[in-house]
Design a protein around this ligand. Structure first.
Ligand code: BES
Ligand code: MN
Ligand code: ZN
Length: 503
């Protein structure tokens, strides 16, 4: 799908050849001066004056073959105060009103909408028109091919538009991979997807297999993978947008392509949804796709440990003790707490980059779903500034998170009589104890953990991946690129390089 931003009056927009047109209508437009206008504006004003469109946010009015307007179908939609959030809601509603209609070309008339609204509108159109077809024999691909966004001043909103398109593409890639069933999204296939991304400018990729991972001593990761016939993969993606010496941000994504629970087998109902247990990995892939498009001045490393969690004659058993790459031993009390086992070795691997920050993203705990539901991701961090930056990014990108505590008392339950730690800590505060487990592997690095178990997919009739938290991650990285540019040069280099220069 192709998005194009143009400076257009509503008169010009209405004369474009398209199948449908969406006219954004903020509340403030109700008070706009009456008087002469183009057919589109006169129609909208008339509908508002006659109260033919309800005053509530996201209310729609449909029209058909309006004289003087090229597109056959029109939707007038209320965008409330015209913010990013309300515009996203409104455009989603407008797209729903058009659904079922074969819209190939769409014109979106945004007038003097603020930058955040333009970006939100682009994302909403993309999200609403996505179709999952990979494993359906009859399904038709997305109909929508071309979207022209008409605004009063294209230059003023160009950056927001470009970022909206990039986020939309990243979200779509993440949704697509997360939606694919376990047998169509194996660790090998995820690695292949990463290899494709690696071909884009500024990107490189390295894929490690079982032998490499054994050599590194990733005993915790290997323990999870050993019950499956699918070989594990450890994916290392790199995006270089800044000088080689500039220290990177590391993203780590949980890539369990199917989580049966292992020997601590999960109950049957809804177990199919555990194909989404690589949502963290998918969001890292999506974020890299967006980075390749926007090319910010920042270095980013993406680490994806990916495997299946299966019960088998060779599977890891409750009580087994494994040695992680860090050297710390772990008593695997519950094989269903596998995410932290694959992440801990990836976090140890991350140390070699001496990153400015490492952020792991994981569908880690059912407890986080209970705590925060499907609205906000759980955010954990050992640094206040990093936590604040991620919170702010979440709000700005309409992909919110909420900070959770990391008091050391929460780690009490991880104590083990047979290893340096157990991998579970009882029923209470399960999302926090999982984070405390991960924290044992980050040392003093600035680190954040996003538990996306509640937000990565929707269940029920609308079952499917959301692509979250690609919008949050991308916003954070773009903001971080701005911060890097502003900070003194020497702070961009790893601590080791700085001391080396002193000597
Ligand atoms: N992938 C699950 C977490 C999960 C469960 C995400 C339900 C979304 C919905 C994870 O591997 C897991 O099984 N966690 C266990 C941990 C427990 C054994 C301490 C859980 O949350 O039950
Ligand atoms: Mn599990
Ligand atoms: Zn899992």
């Amino acid at each position: 799908m192709d998005f194009e931003l143009k400076t257009l009056t509503s008169h010009q927009a209405a004369s474009l050849a398209a199948d449908a047109l969406i006219l954004l209508w903020p509340d403030r437009a109700d008070q706009a001066a009456v008087g002469p206008g183009d057919p589109l504006t006169l129609w909208a004003r008339g509908a508002v004056a006659d109260q033919d469109i309800e005053p509530a946010l996201a209310s729609c009015l449909l029209a058909h073959r309006l004289p003087g307007v090229q597109p056959r179908r029109l939707v007038l939609v209320r965008t409330g105060n015209g913010s990013g959030r309300t515009t996203h809601q409104a455009v989603t509603a407008a797209m729903k009103a058009l659904a079922g209609d074969a819209v190939k070309r769409l014109v979106l008339v945004a007038g003097d909408a603020e930058a955040a609204a333009v970006s939100a509108a682009v994302r909403a159109v993309s999200e609403a028109s996505y179709r999952y077809i990979a494993t359906k024999s009859q399904a038709k691909p997305r109909v929508l091919q071309k979207v022209v966004v008409g605004v009063a001043d294209a230059a003023a909103v160009r950056q927001a538009f470009d970022q909206g398109v990039a986020v939309a593409q990243g979200v779509e890639l993440a949704r697509e991979w997360a939606n694919r069933p376990g047998n169509h999204a194996t660790p090998t296939m995820l690695a292949e997807a990463a290899r494709q991304l690696g071909k884009l400018p500024g990107m490189s990729v390295e894929v490690l297999g079982p032998k490499d991972v054994a050599k590194l001593g990733m005993g915790a990761f290997m323990a999870v993978a050993q019950g499956s016939n699918e070989p594990l993969r450890f994916i290392v993606l790199k995006y270089q947008g800044a000088a080689k010496s500039s220290v990177p941000v590391v993203l780590v994504g949980k890539g369990i392509t199917f989580d049966t629970g292992g020997i601590s087998l999960k109950p049957a109902p809804e177990m199919d949804e555990m194909k989404f247990d690589m949502g963290g990995a998918a969001s890292v892939l999506g974020t890299f796709a967006a980075l390749a498009r926007l090319r910010p001045a920042l270095n980013v490393v993406g680490l994806i440990p990916t495997c299946e969690n299966m019960p088998d004659g060779r599977a890891v058993k409750p009580g087994d003790v494994v040695t992680s790459m860090s050297g710390q031993t772990i008593e695997v009390l519950n094989t269903d707490a596998e995410g932290r086992l694959i992440l801990c070795d990836a976090l140890t691997y991350a140390q070699r980059f001496k990153p400015r920050a490492v952020i792991d993203v994981a569908t880690l705990t059912g407890a986080c779903v209970i705590a925060l539901g499907g609205v906000r991701s759980g955010l954990f961090s050992n640094r206040d500034d990093l936590a604040q930056a991620l919170s702010d990014a979440g709000e700005a990108a309409l992909d919110p998170c909420w900070r959770m505590p990391l008091d050391d008392e929460y780690a009490e339950g991880l104590k083990s009589n047979f290893a340096d730690m157990g991998n579970v800590a009882g029923r209470q505060a399960g999302a926090v104890t999982a984070a405390k487990f991960l924290q044992k592997f980050v040392g003093d690095l600035p680190w954040a953990h996003l538990d996306i178990a509640g937000v990565a997919w929707k269940g029920g009739a609308a079952k499917g991946a959301t692509g979250r938290p690609v919008p949050l991650l991308l916003r954070y990285l773009l903001d971080e690129a701005d911060r890097v540019v502003r900070e003194p040069r020497k702070a961009r280099k790893p601590a080791s390089a700085r001391t080396a220069r002193k000597r």
